[in-house]
Design a protein around this ligand. Structure first.
Ligand code: HXC
Length: 268
């Protein structure tokens, strides 16, 4: 679908996206690029990154990939440094990397629980912490009058409770809390806006393939408030809104983009 935003709303901006090589992260990367941003993507799998960079460049987007794991602080430091070396500055950090699998609490070891928190929660915090010096007002290469933007991709699982997702629910609850705390402190001190997006079920994503294999058609879809799954495009449009000047007064919020699903009950 065509974007309703003007193609230059992110002109001259530099964005770094963790998990930017696939799924929702890749769609945000390509929409940011189509709206004028230069894009660095970080991920664990070189092949996936290479293919993503190739696709982005084919669209005429300035793109580069850096292999790294958000669980390793040294990777975060290196990828942020390399991004700024390559593009001269950093304006937008998107934390889209996430780990997920279905497991009941009986079967999930403490290490399995910790692994997902390490990726989603600690990984998000680590990237934010290491990005601060590049994003704050007055950082080298940046417009001296404003700070940058952080977007954390979350979920709605933890608003209620979700089967076999105890680890992911805890991890995303922490992500939402990080969003609010950083919005307060870094908004005040450094003019950095920090927001989140909580996607609902989005067609064609690794999350959907894992959480609802083959099921979200027919009956299940008919019970949803807007009678449809979301598209990666829907999340990318929300990201454009929050990352661009359109979202200038939005700070500390997590925008739910789920068609109204999490708050709905089946019709009796
Ligand atoms: C039970 C599991 C498990 C499983 C791993 N573990 N997979 N436990 N069921 N299916 C446990 C292991 O037994 C181990 O604990 C611990 O987790 C670490 O496992 P490793 O395989 O060593 O870890 P690693 O190789 O680092 O892989 C971690 C991973 C990650 C979390 C599995 O590779 C991953 O999730 N990759 C997929 C990424 C993905 O799908 N992203 C999309 C997210 S979608 P023990 O005790 O045995 O040592 C999303 C959407 C959410 O987040 C909301 C949607 C609505």
């Amino acid at each position: 679908m065509e974007s309703p935003f003007k193609p230059e709303i992110l002109k001259g901006k530099v964005a770094l996206l963790t998990g930017g090589g696939s799924g929702i992260g890749f769609e945000i990367s390509s929409q940011f690029g189509k709206h004028g941003a230069s894009v660095a993507i970080m991920g664990r799998r070189k092949q996936v990154l290479d293919a993503a960079v190739f696709s982005l460049r084919a669209l005429g987007i300035q793109a580069i990939g850096f292999v790294g794991d958000v669980r390793k602080r040294e990777d975060a430091v290196r990828v942020l440094q390399s991004t700024v070396q390559h593009f001269g500055r950093l304006d937008i950090l998107v934390n889209a990397a996430a780990g997920n699998f279905l497991a009941s609490p009986e079967d999930l070891s403490p290490n399995g629980f910790r692994t997902v928190l390490d990726i989603d929660s600690v990984g998000t915090y680590t990237m934010c912490h290491e990005a601060l010096k590049y994003l704050k007002k007055g950082a080298p290469g940046r417009d001296p009058s404003t700070g940058g933007v952080i977007l954390n991709i979350s979920a709605t699982l933890h608003y209620t409770a979700s089967w076999y997702q105890i680890h992911v629910s805890a991890a995303k609850a922490a992500v939402d809390s990080i969003t609010r705390s950083l919005a307060l402190e870094w908004g005040t001190d450094y003019d950095i806006r920090v927001n989140g997006i909580a996607p609902g079920p989005i067609e064609g994503t690794p999350g959907m393939r894992k959480l609802a294999p083959n099921e979200m058609t027919g009956k299940a879809r008919d019970a949803m408030p807007l009678f449809k799954l979301g598209e990666k495009w829907d999340i990318a449009m929300a990201a454009l809104y929050l990352a661009s000047d359109a979202g200038n007064y939005v700070n500390g919020t997590t925008l739910v983009v789920d068609g109204g699903l999490w708050l709905s009950h089946p019709r009796y």
